[in-house]
Design a protein around this ligand. Sequence first.
Ligand SMILES: Nc1ncnc2c1ncn2[C@@H]1O[C@H](COP(=O)(O)OP(=O)(O)OP(=O)(O)O)[C@@H](O)[C@H]1O
Length: 253
Amino acid sequence: MSTLIEARGLSVAYGPAAPVLTHVDFTLNPGEIVTIVGPNGSGKSTLLRALLGMVPASEGHVRRAPGLRVGYVPQKLHLDANLPLSVERFLRLTRKLDRDAVAHLLSRVGAPGLEARAMATLSGGQMQRVMLARALAGDPQLLVLDEPTQGLDQPGTAAFYRLIETVRQELGCAVLSVSHDLHVVMSASDRVVCLNGHVCCEGTPSVVSNAPEYRALFGLGTQGAFALYQHHHDHGADHPDHPHDHETCDHDH
Ligand SMILES: Nc1ncnc2c1ncn2[C@@H]1O[C@H](COP(=O)(O)OP(=O)(O)OP(=O)(O)O)[C@@H](O)[C@H]1O
């Protein structure tokens, strides 16, 4: 099985300033849920952009599977509260969708019947579901989520990531998400990459959360998040699609 995205020795600099990312190796396999965590300014969004080809590598390279279909869920959509845009029209802005397709997408994301609602009146959780519906409209092989639950409370966040996992099971798409701190999202991941300008450590959520590098960045009080939403892997630890399951953290940094 070929990978969806692969980066080797990737460095990214904005102009003449020191690179924001240095020597990052990264692989995303089909169907994997990978979360990038790291403090503010650690280069998470930059890594996402570089992996998607939105910013160039200053060193190293990125390869994407040819014709890779990506569905993107942004951090937040800023909408004019007076804009009379219905959910149905919003979903049809970028793609030709008939009524049934819109209804199907909305029910798939757990937001059935919202078609006629004005976008500006949606709750945070409903809005994120609609954004997810839009991302799913193109039948993506890869869903990219850039801190999609900002502003949602913990149960709302947990529910959103459970939904993401269901979608992954149904569609078989990979999920790459970014989070600026440990969230319930982390325990929903097959693999977590902890970033701080370089890859500090990488592995399963439990490996990363116990890694000294991770704890130095985020402190020790993060285990509670695991209690809220435990991810049950439906595959064994030796699953061939997830070669990083046994990866331990690199203690050189
Ligand atoms: N377009 C840009 N031009 C110049 N510098 C940038 C640009 N985008 C990001 N940076 C800088 O690169 C560094 C990493 O930013 P990035 O947004 O990738 O971090 P992040 O981990 O996603 O941060 P946050 O958690 O705050 O969203 C920061 O110092 C930021 O100021």
